[in-house]
Design a protein around this ligand. Structure first.
Ligand SMILES: Nc1nc2c(ncn2[C@@H]2O[C@H](COP(=O)(O)OP(=O)(O)OP(=O)(O)O)[C@@H](O)[C@H]2O)c(=O)[nH]1
Ligand SMILES: [Mg+2]
Length: 486
């Protein structure tokens, strides 16, 4: 294969990639110039995880001469990636390749399984290609790590690559991207996750360079939502959001990988399959939208009945993992699912809360917010968040222990604004005060902040008082005109 100048590596996607192992293929080729293994050879060796890359020099008369064989090494203290063996002539190769490669693979597997816990579905390298300031990139990366963990993905490494401008083709430079892929492969990753949104073009181009799964932050969030959705409506909304996000990004599987041509384009059977897939997705989107419309109608009916009953609705809002569900449980003695992961709650839940002087209220728990929430999700969840429109009062729950508290408050405010809920009566409370140092707690409450602990049930009476006050305040009474129930 190939010509004087270059070899073109054909589509190898039929061949296995299993983390920590080799491809089961060796590439043997001739070098017509007097040179051994080249940089490009080494890149291909690593990118494809070939068993070996062998270059045979050929004399002017066409006779074989020196042979060089490059092969990958198992993880080692010196972080050496490969080794090159040399022989003056093919006839002098005196090794049993089969034995050699089996031995090498055994070593790799041993090193690999010692390092990797098996109860993870995937193992990933996270990468951020960014023009932001370092501190912002680090914050965003820390959140991406938590997102990955919430999706049951083991994070093997994180890379922050600061750039002056984004590459429209690959987001980052090709050389750097190859390094990332090689690193991912050598660590036994199954996927690469980008902190930035990848355009359809970028995701296609990157996928052509590697067999590894490549996704972006939005897809990761969508994936978590898909795993977490419980109600029929939640499931439909998430699937819809996923399909809409994926639609422009579906790529033809089995496209050739080639360092030199950047993949073989054009029309083949792959293209037709793609069209079929696309049509099928379009159809599915239409079906789901119809079902959703139906469910929406039902919910509007339910809301109407609830409005008639004129029971005040209080909604908990806030950044994901702030402790909204824990607070709902504490206030209503409920047992809603809470967990130390992002997006533990997806479907809105309602519980009854009795407040002295006010009487019966409905407390609703909603999906947590996050910075840069995917647009598709916001659209999908607007309907669920519609319930917030009925709320007389929003309780904004803040995690007082988060090092990024201010940013998180800001992110929540932005989303509320976008949902046109920013003019609702709002009560902001600072949760998890049990974890604060006494001096921190003092400092915060001296500036008038209401500190509580949902978990340890601290200051809940003061919170109830504050809720009561807000509900009974003349401004709110005027605005909502719900009748006194006491
Ligand atoms: N120490 C402490 N931990 C708390 C407190 N409130 C909540 N937590 C913990 O914080 C984690 C998240 O709580 P959740 O109630 O699930 O948070 P949430 O806001 O509903 O999160 P999402 O549903 O993911 O948006 C859980 O591990 C809780 O146990 C608190 O007052 N103190
Ligand atoms: Mg929750």
């Amino acid at each position: 294969m190939g010509s004087y100048h270059q070899i073109e590596i054909p589509d190898l996607s039929r061949f296995r990639y299993s983390p920590g192992r080799l491809k089961g293929l060796r590439c043997i080729h001739t070098h017509l110039k007097r040179e051994g293994i080249s940089e490009e050879d080494l890149t291909d060796l690593s990118m494809l995880r070939l068993d070996a890359m062998v270059a045979i020099q050929v004399s002017e008369k066409g006779l074989p001469q020196q042979v060089e064989m490059a092969y990958l090494l198992p993880p080692n203290p010196k972080n050496k990636r490969y080794e090159i063996a040399k022989w003056p002539h093919p006839a002098e190769i005196n090794m049993d390749f089969q034995e050699f490669i089996i031995d090498l693979e055994n070593q790799m597997e041993k090193a690999f399984s010692a390092k990797v816990a098996s109860n993870y579905e995937e193992r990933a390298i996270l990468i951020s290609v960014t023009r932001e300031r370092k501190s912002e990139a680090e914050y965003s990366m820390a959140e991406l790590v938590r997102l990955a963990e919430s999706a049951n993905i083991k994070v093997l490494d994180t890379i922050i690559q600061r750039v002056k401008s984004y590459n429209p083709e690959l987001l980052m430079g090709k050389g750097k991207l190859q390094e990332v892929i090689i690193k991912a492969l050598s660590l036994g990753a199954t996927m690469i996750i980008f902190d930035q949104e990848l355009s359809p073009k970028q995701i296609n181009n990157i996928a052509k360079l590697t067999d590894l799964k490549v996704i972006d932050r939005n897809q990761l969030i969508l994936d978590i939502f898909a795993k977490r959705a419980q109600s029929r409506e939640g499931k439909i909304q998430v699937e819809l959001a996923q399909l809409k996000y994926m639609y422009p990004r579906i790529i033809g599987k089995g496209e050739a990988m080639s360092r030199l041509t950047g993949g073989i384009g054009g029309r083949g059977p792959g293209e037709t399959k793609l069209e079929v897939d696309r049509r099928r997705i379009k159809k599915r989107i239409a079906t789901l939208e119809k079902q959703l419309e139906q469910l929406k109608k039902q919910r509007r009916e339910r809301r109407k009945t609830r409005k008639k009953s004129q029971i005040p609705v209080i909604s908990l809002v806030g950044y994901t993992n702030a402790g909204k569900s824990t607070l709902l449980n504490a206030l209503c003695s409920a047992d809603v699912y809470t967990e130390d992961r992002l997006f533990a709650t997806l479907d809105p839940t309602n519980r009854t809360l009795y407040l002295p002087e006010v009487g019966k209220c409905i407390l609703t728990d909603t999906v947590g917010f996050i910075k840069r929430m995917p647009h598709e999700l916001k659209v999908a969840f607007r309907a669920t968040l519609e319930e917030l429109e009925d709320a007389s009062l929003l309780i904004h729950v803040v995690d007082a222990t988060s090092p990024y508290m201010e940013e998180e408050i800001e992110a929540v405010n932005e989303i509320l604004e976008e949902l046109e809920l920013d003019r609702k009566e709002r009560l902001i409370i600072y949760n998890k005060c049990d974890l604060l140092e006494p001096w921190e707690a003092k400092l915060m409450s001296s500036s008038g902040k209401l500190l509580i602990s949902a978990k340890e049930k601290l200051n809940l009476d003061r919170l109830k008082d504050a809720i009561k006050e807000a509900l009974l305040s003349p401004a709110l009474q005027e605005r909502d005109r719900f009748p006194q129930t006491f």
